[in-house]
Design a protein around this ligand. Structure first.
Ligand code: CFM
Ligand code: HCA
Length: 530
């Protein structure tokens, strides 16, 4: 494959080696850059992946701020995901915001033995009476599936009793192979039970933003720019989003898809059911943001809107150029490794390039082949037992609410000019010779950090400090390490500042990597003395 990769692979037992080889691509080395993804991590490997519950409750549902999200399970799953993802929310006009709370049934041993439905019923009642939320979600954790609590029945009962929507999600952690299964489960229920049930008025240029979770305030910067141009944001899925707005999402004229992995199911289903097309966007990086804004304006095709878009772009660029130029001088020529969930390892490559930083390796924790290779590959993806376990929702045209904003001919013509209903994936935009590694594990990360010696390792909490103990600056691309926003124009400057400072601090020169230190214990193998 390549010397660096071979030296990693040769440390594995044959079965593991055979498996891992399929998850590694050296761009341009073979005729086709095919990668295996969304398959089980081999037992024993220290993976960074999370679970189905994390993808459902933590990622997709959690940011809806006017909903009480009850976690049915022992306290840990709820507690350890309490605020760590940094999806921010701010209530407007007296609306509720429950984001700072942590709701759990706190199951005990007796509930595991005798069943937890009674406890769940009580928790839903208590939450309703105390908070009177717009809706309640119940997400199950592993033991709930194992003991067979009927959370759907409890939800139905509560719905009748309290007169609000109570949605149950069977997103037990062990389902599927990663967070990805949970995204799908959450998408299905929101599509089936929420989207399409509202009738809010929309204004001109009505859009939804899908797959934007307002981490570190990203969504606020994106909304600022879109608002300045003149768009009406009907709903955001789901960063700083509300159940109330989500209900009328079918009334928008266009869906913008930021994170394809976590929300592509809803984007597809809305198009089938209501006729609204989706556009793949990227608000990370200046060029990507500009391209996105131009594409959206072109979709609506109004000359005044196109003109306004150019004015806003020019204005925003003027305000950030000087700072970006200064930071670029501090970053130019450096290299980065990127390993993040299912979209950011791709989205950040443009921004890094704008700062003169080259991405030499990138990988997703749980992306599917289409996130790497583009959606054209979908018909060729092999279905395995793990994927078959995740229910697939099939929707049909809603005759009453189906609406085409553009004629089919106009839409087809535009598809040639912009990524409408299309995502070309990460690999295509990467440089020949760069590494693409799926479900990178801790052993491989350490080996690659040693051999590729990047100045920047963009990853998450599980391996950040491993890299830093090696003397390599690590930026968390999940939580942004308490910083952000990183999206849009203003966000690009904050990111540039954070990585410039991080890479250039003299701290790294004072650190001796562990493997260069004297071992704490020393010994030698000796012949047995009789
Ligand atoms: Fe989408 Fe995300 Fe991501 Fe993701 Fe995540 Fe996240 Fe992520 Mo952490 S929804 S795939 S499941 S962009 S929580 S906001 S940072 S792994 S790259
Ligand atoms: C998750 C959430 C996570 C974890 C981040 C990390 C996030 O996968 O359950 O490992 O640093 O963004 O908070 O992806």
């Amino acid at each position: 494959m390549s010397k660096k990769i071979d030296s990693i692979l040769e440390k594995y037992p044959p079965k593991v080696k055979k498996n891992r080889m399929k998850h590694i691509v050296v761009k341009g080395k073979n005729e086709k850059d095919e990668i295996e993804a969304n398959t089980r991590t081999m037992p024993g490997i220290i993976s960074n992946r999370g679970c189905c519950f994390a993808g459902c409750k933590g990622v997709v549902l959690g940011p809806l701020r006017d909903v009480v999200h009850i976690v049915h399970g022992p306290v840990g799953c709820s507690y350890y995901t309490w605020g760590t993802r940094r999806h921010k929310g701010r209530s407007k006009d007296g609306e509720s915001n429950f984001l700072s709370y942590c709701f759990t049934t706190d199951m005990q041993e007796s509930d595991i033995v005798f069943g937890g439905e009674k406890r769940l019923r009580k928790a839903v009642k208590e939450a309703y009476e105390l908070f009177k939320p717009e809706a309640i979600t119940i997400s199950s954790t592993c033991p709930v599936g194992l003991i067979g609590d009927d959370i759907q029945a409890v939800a139905k009962e509560a719905e009748e009793e309290f007169g609000i929507q109570v949605m149950a999600f069977n997103c037990e952690g062990y389902k599927g192979v990663s967070q990805s299964a949970g995204h799908h489960i959450a998408n299905n229920v929101l599509m089936q039970d929420v989207i399409g049930t509202g009738d809010a008025e929309t204004k001109t240029y009505a859009i939804n933003i899908l797959g934007e979770y307002n981490i570190g305030g990203d969504g606020w910067e994106i909304s600022r720019i879109l608002g300045k141009i003149g768009y009406h944001i009907v709903s955001v899925m789901t960063g700083d989003g509300t159940y109330k707005e989500l209900k009328s999402a079918h009334k928008a004229d266009l869906n913008l898809v930021q994170c394809h992995r976590s929300i592509n199911y809803i984007a597809e289903m809305i198009e089938i059911k209501y006729g609204t097309p989706w556009l793949k966007v990227n608000f990370i990086g200046i060029e990507s943001t500009i391209n996105t804004l131009r594409n959206v304006a072109k979709y609506f095709g109004d000359e005044v809107l196109i003109q306004r878009t150019e004015e806003v772009i020019a204005e925003e660029l003027t305000s950030i150029q000087e700072a970006m130029d200064m930071y670029k001088k501090m970053c130019e020529g450096k290299t980065a490794l990127l390993f993040v969930g299912g979209s950011r390892a791709h989205h950040y490559q443009g921004l890094l390039k704008e700062l003169g930083i080259e991405t030499v390796m990138a990988g997703y924790e749980f992306g599917h082949r289409d996130d790497y290779e583009g959606r054209d590959v979908i018909p060729y993806i092999k279905m395995d037992a793990d994927s078959r376990n995740i229910p697939d929702l099939h929707v049909t045209k809603d005759e009453k609410n189906y609406r085409l904003y553009l004629s089919p001919e106009k839409l087809e013509a535009l598809k040639k000019e912009m990524p409408l209903s299309r995502y070309d994936g990460m690999i295509k935009e990467m440089k020949n010779g760069s590494y693409v590694i799926d479900d990178l594990n801790h052993f491989e990360s350490e080996e690659l950090l040693k051999s590729l010696k990047p100045s920047l390792f963009c990853s998450g909490i599980k391996d950040k400090y491993v890299a830093q103990k090696m003397g390599i600056f690590s930026k968390q691309l999940h939580s942004y390490d308490y910083s952000g926003p990183y999206a849009g124009f203003k966000g690009a400057v904050i990111f540039a500042k954070d990585v410039s400072m991080g890479m250039n601090t003299p701290t790294w020169g004072f650190i001796t990597p562990l493997w260069k230190q004297e071992p704490l214990l020393q010994g030698e193998v000796m012949e047995e003395v009789a």
